[in-house]
Design a protein around this ligand. Structure first.
Ligand SMILES: Nc1nc2c(ncn2[C@@H]2O[C@H](COP(=O)(O)OP(=O)(O)OP(=O)(O)O)[C@@H](O)[C@H]2O)c(=O)[nH]1
Ligand SMILES: [Mg+2]
Length: 322
Protein backbone atom coordinates (compact mmCIF):
# COMPACT_ATOMS: atom_id res chain seq x y z
CA UNK A 1 0.00 0.00 0.00
CA UNK A 2 1.33 3.40 -0.87
CA UNK A 3 1.54 5.99 1.78
CA UNK A 4 -1.12 8.62 2.47
CA UNK A 5 0.42 11.81 3.82
CA UNK A 6 -2.60 13.91 4.53
CA UNK A 7 -6.33 13.66 4.16
CA UNK A 8 -9.34 15.90 4.52
CA UNK A 9 -12.71 14.49 5.51
CA UNK A 10 -16.09 15.78 6.69
CA UNK A 11 -17.55 14.52 9.94
CA UNK A 12 -20.86 15.16 11.59
CA UNK A 13 -22.32 14.23 14.96
CA UNK A 14 -25.89 12.94 15.02
CA UNK A 15 -28.88 15.25 15.23
CA UNK A 16 -31.07 15.02 18.27
CA UNK A 17 -34.40 13.27 17.77
CA UNK A 18 -37.55 15.39 17.89
CA UNK A 19 -39.88 15.57 20.83
CA UNK A 20 -43.46 14.70 19.85
CA UNK A 21 -47.02 15.68 20.74
CA UNK A 22 -49.09 12.65 21.75
CA UNK A 23 -52.18 12.08 23.90
CA UNK A 24 -53.04 9.30 26.20
CA UNK A 25 -55.75 7.14 24.67
CA UNK A 26 -57.40 5.05 27.30
CA UNK A 27 -60.76 3.42 26.85
CA UNK A 28 -62.45 4.83 29.91
CA UNK A 29 -60.54 8.11 30.19
CA UNK A 30 -62.30 10.61 27.95
CA UNK A 31 -59.56 13.24 27.98
CA UNK A 32 -56.12 11.65 28.17
CA UNK A 33 -53.18 13.76 29.24
CA UNK A 34 -50.06 14.49 27.19
CA UNK A 35 -47.64 11.59 26.81
CA UNK A 36 -45.40 12.59 23.87
CA UNK A 37 -41.83 11.45 24.59
CA UNK A 38 -38.50 13.24 24.25
CA UNK A 39 -36.16 12.67 21.34
CA UNK A 40 -32.89 10.80 21.84
CA UNK A 41 -29.49 12.52 21.75
CA UNK A 42 -27.48 12.38 18.53
CA UNK A 43 -24.29 10.27 18.60
CA UNK A 44 -20.98 12.01 19.31
CA UNK A 45 -17.94 11.75 17.07
CA UNK A 46 -14.67 10.47 18.55
CA UNK A 47 -11.24 10.04 17.06
CA UNK A 48 -8.99 7.21 18.20
CA UNK A 49 -5.33 6.25 17.73
CA UNK A 50 -4.74 2.75 16.41
CA UNK A 51 -1.57 0.81 15.76
CA UNK A 52 -2.28 0.09 12.14
CA UNK A 53 -2.00 2.06 8.96
CA UNK A 54 -4.56 -0.13 7.17
CA UNK A 55 -7.35 2.10 8.46
CA UNK A 56 -6.10 4.73 6.04
CA UNK A 57 -7.41 2.69 3.11
CA UNK A 58 -11.01 3.68 3.83
CA UNK A 59 -10.21 7.39 3.50
CA UNK A 60 -9.16 7.00 -0.12
CA UNK A 61 -12.75 6.59 -1.25
CA UNK A 62 -14.93 7.72 1.64
CA UNK A 63 -14.85 11.37 2.62
CA UNK A 64 -17.94 11.84 4.78
CA UNK A 65 -18.53 10.29 8.16
CA UNK A 66 -21.74 10.54 10.19
CA UNK A 67 -22.63 9.51 13.71
CA UNK A 68 -26.16 8.20 14.13
CA UNK A 69 -29.08 10.55 14.72
CA UNK A 70 -31.18 10.27 17.86
CA UNK A 71 -34.64 8.75 17.43
CA UNK A 72 -37.78 10.81 17.74
CA UNK A 73 -39.83 10.37 20.87
CA UNK A 74 -42.95 8.22 20.76
CA UNK A 75 -46.33 7.94 22.41
CA UNK A 76 -46.77 6.57 25.92
CA UNK A 77 -43.87 8.74 27.16
CA UNK A 78 -41.49 6.74 25.02
CA UNK A 79 -38.06 8.40 24.77
CA UNK A 80 -36.30 7.98 21.45
CA UNK A 81 -33.05 6.01 21.52
CA UNK A 82 -29.76 7.92 21.57
CA UNK A 83 -27.74 7.73 18.35
CA UNK A 84 -24.65 5.50 18.37
CA UNK A 85 -21.33 7.21 18.59
CA UNK A 86 -18.97 7.19 15.65
CA UNK A 87 -15.30 6.46 16.19
CA UNK A 88 -12.91 7.45 13.43
CA UNK A 89 -9.56 5.67 13.60
CA UNK A 90 -6.21 7.10 12.60
CA UNK A 91 -2.73 5.65 12.95
CA UNK A 92 -0.69 6.70 15.97
CA UNK A 93 1.29 9.81 15.05
CA UNK A 94 -1.60 11.50 13.25
CA UNK A 95 -2.48 15.11 13.97
CA UNK A 96 -6.13 15.98 13.45
CA UNK A 97 -7.21 19.60 13.00
CA UNK A 98 -10.83 20.64 13.19
CA UNK A 99 -10.65 23.20 10.38
CA UNK A 100 -13.98 24.69 11.46
CA UNK A 101 -12.91 25.54 15.04
CA UNK A 102 -9.12 25.36 14.80
CA UNK A 103 -8.88 22.73 17.55
CA UNK A 104 -5.87 20.41 17.14
CA UNK A 105 -5.62 16.85 18.46
CA UNK A 106 -2.42 14.82 18.54
CA UNK A 107 -2.81 11.07 18.56
CA UNK A 108 0.33 9.82 20.22
CA UNK A 109 -0.63 6.66 22.12
CA UNK A 110 -2.50 3.56 21.04
CA UNK A 111 -6.13 3.65 22.17
CA UNK A 112 -6.08 7.38 22.92
CA UNK A 113 -9.48 8.98 22.21
CA UNK A 114 -10.87 12.47 21.89
CA UNK A 115 -14.49 13.48 21.62
CA UNK A 116 -14.34 16.03 18.84
CA UNK A 117 -17.98 16.63 17.86
CA UNK A 118 -21.00 16.62 20.15
CA UNK A 119 -24.30 15.12 19.15
CA UNK A 120 -27.39 17.34 19.22
CA UNK A 121 -29.67 17.13 22.23
CA UNK A 122 -33.08 15.52 21.79
CA UNK A 123 -36.19 17.72 21.72
CA UNK A 124 -38.84 17.62 24.44
CA UNK A 125 -42.17 15.88 23.98
CA UNK A 126 -45.39 17.54 25.12
CA UNK A 127 -45.41 15.58 28.35
CA UNK A 128 -42.36 17.58 29.40
CA UNK A 129 -44.38 20.80 29.26
CA UNK A 130 -47.21 19.59 31.44
CA UNK A 131 -47.68 21.71 34.53
CA UNK A 132 -50.33 22.57 37.11
CA UNK A 133 -51.42 25.49 34.96
CA UNK A 134 -51.19 23.68 31.63
CA UNK A 135 -52.57 20.15 31.64
CA UNK A 136 -52.79 19.86 27.86
CA UNK A 137 -49.62 21.37 26.39
CA UNK A 138 -49.58 21.15 22.62
CA UNK A 139 -45.92 22.02 22.48
CA UNK A 140 -42.95 19.80 21.56
CA UNK A 141 -39.48 20.92 20.50
CA UNK A 142 -37.29 19.64 17.66
CA UNK A 143 -33.93 17.96 18.25
CA UNK A 144 -30.80 20.07 17.94
CA UNK A 145 -28.41 19.53 15.05
CA UNK A 146 -25.16 17.68 15.76
CA UNK A 147 -21.87 19.53 15.38
CA UNK A 148 -20.09 19.13 12.09
CA UNK A 149 -16.64 19.97 10.87
CA UNK A 150 -14.04 19.54 8.21
CA UNK A 151 -11.11 17.55 9.57
CA UNK A 152 -7.62 17.87 8.20
CA UNK A 153 -5.35 15.00 9.14
CA UNK A 154 -1.59 14.86 8.72
CA UNK A 155 -0.11 11.43 9.11
CA UNK A 156 3.46 10.96 10.23
CA UNK A 157 3.37 7.31 10.58
CA UNK A 158 5.65 5.95 13.25
CA UNK A 159 7.39 3.14 11.44
CA UNK A 160 9.47 0.73 13.51
CA UNK A 161 11.79 -0.36 10.71
CA UNK A 162 13.11 1.50 7.66
CA UNK A 163 14.40 -0.37 4.58
CA UNK A 164 17.03 1.69 2.81
CA UNK A 165 19.54 1.24 0.03
CA UNK A 166 20.23 1.80 -3.65
CA UNK A 167 17.46 1.35 -6.20
CA UNK A 168 17.02 -2.32 -7.17
CA UNK A 169 18.64 -3.55 -3.94
CA UNK A 170 15.54 -5.63 -3.24
CA UNK A 171 13.83 -3.47 -0.58
CA UNK A 172 10.31 -4.00 -1.87
CA UNK A 173 11.00 -7.69 -2.45
CA UNK A 174 12.12 -7.96 1.17
CA UNK A 175 8.99 -6.15 2.37
CA UNK A 176 6.92 -8.68 0.45
CA UNK A 177 8.77 -11.60 2.03
CA UNK A 178 8.37 -10.22 5.56
CA UNK A 179 4.81 -8.93 5.27
CA UNK A 180 1.74 -9.20 3.06
CA UNK A 181 2.27 -5.72 1.64
CA UNK A 182 2.33 -6.81 -2.02
CA UNK A 183 4.56 -3.91 -2.96
CA UNK A 184 5.42 -3.44 -6.61
CA UNK A 185 8.76 -4.97 -7.60
CA UNK A 186 10.57 -4.13 -10.82
CA UNK A 187 13.91 -4.82 -12.49
CA UNK A 188 14.49 -1.11 -13.07
CA UNK A 189 15.57 1.63 -10.65
CA UNK A 190 12.98 3.70 -8.77
CA UNK A 191 10.17 1.19 -8.98
CA UNK A 192 9.05 2.48 -5.59
CA UNK A 193 7.96 6.11 -5.87
CA UNK A 194 6.28 6.40 -2.45
CA UNK A 195 7.10 4.46 0.68
CA UNK A 196 5.35 1.10 0.98
CA UNK A 197 4.28 -0.11 4.36
CA UNK A 198 3.97 -3.58 5.77
CA UNK A 199 3.17 -5.10 9.10
CA UNK A 200 5.36 -7.77 10.72
CA UNK A 201 3.84 -9.04 13.97
CA UNK A 202 2.40 -5.56 14.56
CA UNK A 203 5.66 -3.77 13.78
CA UNK A 204 5.46 -1.35 10.90
CA UNK A 205 8.08 -1.64 8.19
CA UNK A 206 8.58 1.24 5.74
CA UNK A 207 10.13 0.46 2.35
CA UNK A 208 11.78 3.73 1.34
CA UNK A 209 12.37 4.69 -2.32
CA UNK A 210 15.93 4.05 -3.47
CA UNK A 211 18.68 6.52 -2.59
CA UNK A 212 21.56 7.43 -4.88
CA UNK A 213 24.62 9.60 -4.56
CA UNK A 214 23.44 13.21 -4.40
CA UNK A 215 19.93 12.34 -3.14
CA UNK A 216 20.38 15.07 -0.54
CA UNK A 217 20.77 17.54 -3.44
CA UNK A 218 17.63 16.22 -5.10
CA UNK A 219 19.15 13.53 -7.36
CA UNK A 220 16.89 10.61 -8.16
CA UNK A 221 13.80 10.91 -5.99
CA UNK A 222 15.62 13.07 -3.46
CA UNK A 223 15.84 12.17 0.21
CA UNK A 224 12.66 13.63 1.67
CA UNK A 225 11.20 10.16 2.21
CA UNK A 226 13.80 9.56 4.88
CA UNK A 227 11.53 11.49 7.21
CA UNK A 228 9.48 8.29 7.52
CA UNK A 229 12.49 6.64 9.10
CA UNK A 230 13.03 9.40 11.66
CA UNK A 231 11.28 7.51 14.44
CA UNK A 232 12.27 3.98 13.50
CA UNK A 233 14.09 1.80 15.95
CA UNK A 234 16.27 0.15 13.34
CA UNK A 235 17.29 0.60 9.72
CA UNK A 236 17.86 -2.34 7.42
CA UNK A 237 20.42 -1.37 4.82
CA UNK A 238 20.26 -3.54 1.70
CA UNK A 239 23.21 -3.93 -0.64
CA UNK A 240 22.89 -6.17 -3.68
CA UNK A 241 25.61 -8.59 -4.79
CA UNK A 242 24.97 -7.14 -8.25
CA UNK A 243 26.87 -4.02 -7.16
CA UNK A 244 30.43 -3.99 -8.53
CA UNK A 245 31.66 -2.36 -5.34
CA UNK A 246 29.34 -3.22 -2.49
CA UNK A 247 31.27 -1.37 0.21
CA UNK A 248 31.23 1.79 -1.89
CA UNK A 249 27.47 1.43 -2.40
CA UNK A 250 27.09 1.04 1.35
CA UNK A 251 29.18 4.13 2.09
CA UNK A 252 27.33 6.22 -0.49
CA UNK A 253 24.02 5.58 1.21
CA UNK A 254 25.57 6.18 4.64
CA UNK A 255 26.79 9.58 3.43
CA UNK A 256 23.27 10.44 2.29
CA UNK A 257 21.95 9.47 5.73
CA UNK A 258 24.46 11.78 7.39
CA UNK A 259 23.52 14.59 5.05
CA UNK A 260 19.86 14.14 5.84
CA UNK A 261 20.67 14.77 9.49
CA UNK A 262 18.41 14.05 12.42
CA UNK A 263 20.92 11.45 13.66
CA UNK A 264 19.65 8.90 11.16
CA UNK A 265 23.22 7.71 10.78
CA UNK A 266 23.37 6.93 14.50
CA UNK A 267 20.43 4.55 14.41
CA UNK A 268 20.90 0.85 14.90
CA UNK A 269 21.53 -0.74 11.50
CA UNK A 270 21.35 -4.25 10.14
CA UNK A 271 23.31 -4.87 6.97
CA UNK A 272 21.53 -7.14 4.54
CA UNK A 273 23.48 -8.38 1.52
CA UNK A 274 20.95 -9.43 -1.10
CA UNK A 275 20.79 -11.56 -4.24
CA UNK A 276 23.23 -14.23 -3.06
CA UNK A 277 21.86 -16.39 -5.88
CA UNK A 278 23.82 -14.29 -8.38
CA UNK A 279 27.27 -15.10 -6.93
CA UNK A 280 29.27 -18.09 -5.63
CA UNK A 281 29.74 -19.19 -2.02
CA UNK A 282 33.30 -17.89 -1.86
CA UNK A 283 32.26 -14.37 -2.84
CA UNK A 284 29.46 -14.42 -0.29
CA UNK A 285 31.76 -15.51 2.53
CA UNK A 286 34.44 -12.96 1.65
CA UNK A 287 31.94 -10.13 1.40
CA UNK A 288 30.22 -10.99 4.67
CA UNK A 289 33.63 -10.98 6.34
CA UNK A 290 34.40 -7.54 4.94
CA UNK A 291 31.11 -6.09 6.19
CA UNK A 292 31.46 -7.72 9.61
CA UNK A 293 34.40 -5.39 10.23
CA UNK A 294 31.80 -2.62 10.61
CA UNK A 295 30.71 -4.32 13.86
CA UNK A 296 27.08 -4.44 12.89
CA UNK A 297 24.85 -7.47 12.29
CA UNK A 298 25.38 -8.75 8.74
CA UNK A 299 23.19 -11.23 6.85
CA UNK A 300 23.37 -12.52 3.29
CA UNK A 301 20.13 -13.63 1.64
CA UNK A 302 18.33 -14.34 -1.56
CA UNK A 303 14.85 -12.94 -1.61
CA UNK A 304 13.77 -15.65 -4.01
CA UNK A 305 13.84 -18.12 -1.13
CA UNK A 306 11.85 -17.16 1.96
CA UNK A 307 13.76 -19.58 4.18
CA UNK A 308 17.00 -17.75 3.52
CA UNK A 309 15.55 -14.70 5.27
CA UNK A 310 14.63 -16.50 8.49
CA UNK A 311 17.79 -15.85 10.50
CA UNK A 312 17.72 -12.18 9.56
CA UNK A 313 14.02 -11.92 10.41
CA UNK A 314 14.57 -13.43 13.88
CA UNK A 315 17.35 -10.99 14.57
CA UNK A 316 15.20 -8.07 13.43
CA UNK A 317 12.29 -9.12 15.64
CA UNK A 318 14.68 -9.48 18.60
CA UNK A 319 15.90 -5.93 18.14
CA UNK A 320 12.31 -4.68 17.93
CA UNK A 321 11.33 -6.52 21.10
CA UNK A 322 14.24 -5.05 23.08
N1 LIG B 1 18.52 -12.48 -8.46
C1 LIG B 1 17.79 -11.88 -7.53
N2 LIG B 1 17.00 -10.86 -7.87
C2 LIG B 1 16.26 -10.27 -6.91
C3 LIG B 1 16.33 -10.68 -5.56
N3 LIG B 1 15.51 -9.89 -4.84
C4 LIG B 1 14.94 -9.04 -5.71
N4 LIG B 1 15.40 -9.27 -6.95
C5 LIG B 1 15.03 -8.54 -8.18
O1 LIG B 1 15.63 -7.28 -8.16
C6 LIG B 1 14.81 -6.31 -8.81
C7 LIG B 1 14.56 -5.13 -7.89
O2 LIG B 1 13.81 -5.54 -6.75
P1 LIG B 1 12.95 -4.53 -5.91
O3 LIG B 1 12.48 -5.28 -4.71
O4 LIG B 1 11.95 -3.86 -6.76
O5 LIG B 1 14.08 -3.50 -5.49
P2 LIG B 1 13.95 -2.12 -4.69
O6 LIG B 1 15.12 -2.01 -3.81
O7 LIG B 1 12.62 -2.04 -4.05
O8 LIG B 1 14.07 -1.07 -5.88
P3 LIG B 1 13.50 0.44 -5.99
O9 LIG B 1 12.07 0.41 -5.58
O10 LIG B 1 13.68 0.77 -7.42
O11 LIG B 1 14.37 1.26 -5.11
C8 LIG B 1 13.53 -7.05 -9.18
O12 LIG B 1 13.61 -7.42 -10.51
C9 LIG B 1 13.55 -8.27 -8.28
O13 LIG B 1 12.86 -9.35 -8.82
C10 LIG B 1 17.19 -11.77 -5.23
O14 LIG B 1 17.33 -12.21 -4.08
N5 LIG B 1 17.89 -12.33 -6.25
MG1 LIG C 1 11.08 -0.77 -4.38
Amino acid sequence: MAFLDEITIQAKAGNGGNGVVRWRQEKFVPKGGPNGGDGGRGGHVFIRAVRSFRVLDQYRSKKEFFAENGEDGGSRSFKGADGDRLTIDFPIGSVVTNVTTGAVYELTKEGQEFKILTGGGGGFGNEHFKSSTNQTPKKATPGKPGEEAELHVTISLIADVGLIGFPNAGKSSLLNVLTNAQAKVGDYPFTTLDPNLGDLYGYIIADIPGLIEGASEGKGLGHKFLRHTSKTKVLVHLISFEQANMMKAYETVRTELEKYGGDLDKKEEIILLTKTDTVDEKTIAATVKKFEKLKKPVFAVTLFDDSSVKEFQDSLVNILKK
